[in-house]
Design a protein around this ligand. Structure first.
Ligand SMILES: [Zn+2]
Length: 315
């Protein structure tokens, strides 16, 4: 498999309508203007407004400020639509932020607020699902019509593309991180044995520290320690790999994706992750078509590129 080098081959949107794009996270907002050639202009990262009951209104006001700045810096580019992606449970059909623990909103009519404030059509969607769509169109999922993107970082998020279109089920599909794979531990979501409570980069570091009392610099240190013969680290890493392999095996049996595109901090483990998962999938499955396991390519820009794609899809 060719090594994915996103810096050597920068993903480009290509020609299309000029759009504004925003990727809103719990701590910061990424914003940029895309011109008619698809060039990303003025990309910046600014703090997300503080949580509070009126966050949807304050957030939209902040986005309008950012959009005004971007347009002032690039007066030759006249955006015709806005792409806006946020975390949590998102009903992209209704344009509603159903729930987001880190934003504190419930049933917030964000698309309507943004369309009113910008005076432009707004595409509103889920950050990781949209990033998954961007991976499908521009990144690691390009060769496939049926693929699942898994972003393994602090948590584990998923995005499904089936038959070449995103499968969302009203915002509830793709929660691979909260699929149960064991009877414990308790997950912050309230369920038990969720995949991300065992196999996210955050969980791997946390579980090693809980087991040994030793603070570590993230999952990468646990993986390095496992490679150096630390039995506790090896056990934690082994459990994480088994849990990921079980979850991907179940997805393979039910959905049969051609590929699982893996991004997020844990994907930087490279062969230690991809080769191990391939071997464990082979061991678990029989007649099934084992999906290609491929690295994500867009890295931190997947969300904002996806927002721009969604905005263009309005035209
Ligand atoms: Zn959970």
């Amino acid at each position: 498999m060719p090594a994915a080098d996103p810096l050597a081959q920068p993903a480009e949107l290509g020609a299309g309508a000029p759009v504004l794009a925003f990727d809103v996270g719990g701590t910061d907002i990424k914003s940029a203007l895309f011109d008619a050639d698809g060039v990303m202009l003025g990309l910046r990262r600014t703090p997300t407004p503080e949580p509070g009951s009126d966050l949807p209104e304050r957030l939209v006001a902040r986005l309008v400020e950012l959009g005004t700045e971007l347009r002032a810096e690039h007066p030759g580019v006249d955006p015709v639509a806005v792409g806006l992606v946020v975390p949590g449970i998102v009903d992209e059909v209704a344009g509603v932020g159903v729930f987001a623990s880190n934003m504190g909103w419930r049933n917030a009519p964000i698309r309507a607020l943004a369309e009113e404030a910008f005076g432009l059509p707004v595409a509103f969607d889920h950050d990781v699902r949209t990033g998954g769509w961007a991976e499908h169109v521009l990144g690691g999922g390009r060769p496939y019509t049926d693929s699942i993107v898994l972003i393994i970082g602090t948590g584990i998020a998923g995005a499904l593309v089936l038959g070449g279109v995103p499968f969302t089920s009203g915002g509830y599909a793709g929660e691979v991180g909260h699929s149960p794979v064991a009877d414990e531990p308790l997950c912050p979501c309230g369920a038990r044995g969720c995949l991300e409570a065992i196999a996210s980069a955050g969980a791997i570091a946390r579980r090693y520290t809980a087991r040994t009392g030793i603070a570590v610099d993230g999952a990468k240190e646990v993986i390095a320690r496992a490679g150096a013969g630390d039995e506790d680290a090896a056990a934690v890493w082994d459990e994480a790999l088994d849990a990921l392999a079980l979850s991907i095996a179940q997805l393979t049996a039910v959905i049969a994706p051609q590929a699982v595109v893996i991004g997020g901090g844990l994907s930087r483990a490279g062969g230690a992750l991809f080769d191990e998962l391939r071997a464990r999938l082979q061991a678990r499955l029989s007649f099934h078509r084992i999906p290609d396991l491929v690295p994500a390519q867009l890295l931190g820009n997947a969300g904002i590129l996806g927002a721009a794609l969604r905005a263009r899809s309005l035209r």
